[in-house]
Design a protein around this ligand. Sequence first.
Ligand SMILES: [Zn+2]
Length: 307
Amino acid sequence: MNLIEVMERFPDQEACISHLEQIRWQGKPVCPHCDSPDVAPKNETQEEGKTGRTGRYNCHACRTSFKVTCGTVFHGTKIPLQKWFMAIALVVNAKKSLSSCQLSRDLNLTQKTAWYILTRIRAEMAKKTNPIVLQGIIEADETYIGGKPRKENKKEDRVPAKRGRGTEKTAVIGAVERGGKVVAKVAEKLTGRCILEFIQSVVNIKESKLMTDEFHAYHEIGRQMKHHVVNHQEQYVDGDKHTNTIEGFWSLIKRAWYGQHHHYSIGYTPLYVAERCYIYNYRNLECIFTKFVNESMILPKGNDCNE
Ligand SMILES: [Zn+2]
């Protein structure tokens, strides 16, 4: 769904609440604290100064009250749900990601509120990425993001800016299945052991063939599975022996980062990487918005909350 479709389908708070209730409870609300179905909508006049349905229920079994948003990405929010929905539509449709400044202008929010919404959406994406096992031809590589964009090589720059391995930027390691999904995460170190553990955790190594560049840290994983080293000094593409897919993913990440997020701190990088992975992995779905909202209503058992 794009922004216009979201606004038409969910014109107000009531429409958003009803939609979430339908997904979570299919018309039969149950208390998220004690699982009792003995619940009733709270008398709306009890909520001072508010008109229309607020979506709060009383539980007769445990004598608490709750809303459909309890424990979800929308938990405890005072921001109208329609704005949340619009923010989700903007995030999942943004080819180059979205900055909080941009979102605050688009939805008439303060920058702080926009940042809060974006961070929650990204954290939800990070959480809802199911364990992924890649199989087939896998390309693995690392990149560095954060910091300022590398300066163009000007004549007056006597010392060329460092690039790649050995910079102060955040290292990100990734593996992509050709034609399939990507897994990427911030890596504290890029030793052979770290890379080995990463690849073993996300790739079916018995049934796969790994393509990497000549970085020595790949030697260790290379002893555990079929491994082809692409020597970038000599040639980049030799038949199916290349790492163009993962490099394409890095360029998506970098263009988005330097276009939108240049003023963010490095601590924010993991959520940002999770967002790009989520959008890449579900790029062929008809509606990532629907997937996101539906999954946001699936909660682990025993997920208690106070809302
Ligand atoms: Zn209850």
